[in-house]
Design a protein around this ligand. Structure first.
Ligand code: NAD
Length: 254
């Protein structure tokens, strides 16, 4: 089946002011998508949805949920789907960083990062594809990280790389399972992007050092990632599945 005239995308982790998710919500609305925002804080999610609706004239809705909690995710999806036209795409952006060295990592820290960055992707994707199989068309995109492919070397350490590597395996296997249902499943793997996820540690000096490592001598912007997401959830990307698209200035080639 082709895309319906009115289609919606739900983005998790799209309420932080300078994050990739909020920028992507606006970018996708510009490209005709109605938008659902799911983030920790319900009010923050609703306020991003309201600004997207107002600026782009699309339908938008926001709901609060911790992606690590499957029940909360399912309730939030019920709320968002009731307010939006047909759900065609889900984009898993909710994530946390973890600068803790492996030898210092506590059980709490290990589970916190896996719960949000990996189990969170499973919870939202599971709920989203339950809707998509009913209409026979769907797009899933999840954020991995170049740290999963290059063996860390970024702000976040091993537990983060472990979760983000899990996202790649999840993506490939689910792509195979869902291909016959008209659903594509892909990942985007960013290099360092100028947002607040590194807790204000991304100084100009650090940015320069990180940029010097890549083929393209700069760090990335939310727009770089939004454009990749827009492509992967587009109708025209229907023959692309199981892929990890690196948007990293050439840090990792595969
Ligand atoms: P950000 O911190 O600006 O945004 C992350 C968002 O996720 C926030 O809005 C936060 O509230 C939300 N979130 C965190 N925990 C949550 C939970 N338990 N439930 C629901 N929402 C939750 O970060 P960002 O840089 O925009 O990152 C977006 C995604 O891109 C993340 O998955 C991140 O790991 C990935 N990524 C970022 C970079 C980078 O350099 N910025 C690089 C590689 C991958």
């Amino acid at each position: 089946p082709t895309f319906p005239e009115q289609r919606s995308v739900i983005l998790t982790g799209a309420a932080s002011p300078r994050g990739i998710g909020r920028f992507t919500a606006h970018y996708l609305a510009e490209h005709g998508w109605n938008v659902g925002i799911l983030d920790l804080d319900a009010e923050a999610s609703k306020s991003v949805a309201a600004e997207v609706a107002e600026q782009h004239g699309v339908i938008a809705a926001g709901a609060g949920a911790n992606v690590a909690d499957e029940g909360q995710v399912r309730d939030a999806f019920d709320e968002l789907e009731a307010a939006l036209p047909q759900l065609v795409a889900v984009v898993n952006l909710a994530g946390v960083s973890s600068p803790v060295d492996y030898l210092e990592v506590t059980p709490q820290e290990w589970h916190r990062v896996i719960d949000v960055n990996l189990h969170g992707v499973h919870h939202t994707t599971k709920r989203a594809v339950e809707s998509m199989v009913r209409s026979g068309v769907g797009r899933v995109v999840s954020l991995s990280s170049v740290s999963a492919q290059r063996g860390g070397g970024t702000f976040s350490k091993t537990v983060y790389s472990t979760a983000k590597a899990g996202v790649i395996g999840f993506t490939r296997s689910l792509a195979r399972e869902l291909g016959h249902q008209g659903i594509t499943v892909n990942a985007v793997s960013p290099g360092p992007i100028d947002t607040d996820i590194m807790g204000g540690t991304l100084t100009d000096e650090r940015k320069e050092k990180m940029a010097a490592d890549g083929v393209l001598p700069r760090i990335g912007t939310p727009r770089d990632i939004a454009a990749a997401i827009a492509y992967l959830i587009s109708e025209d990307a229907g023959f692309v599945t199981g892929q990890t698209l690196n948007v990293d200035g050439g840090l990792y080639m595969h």
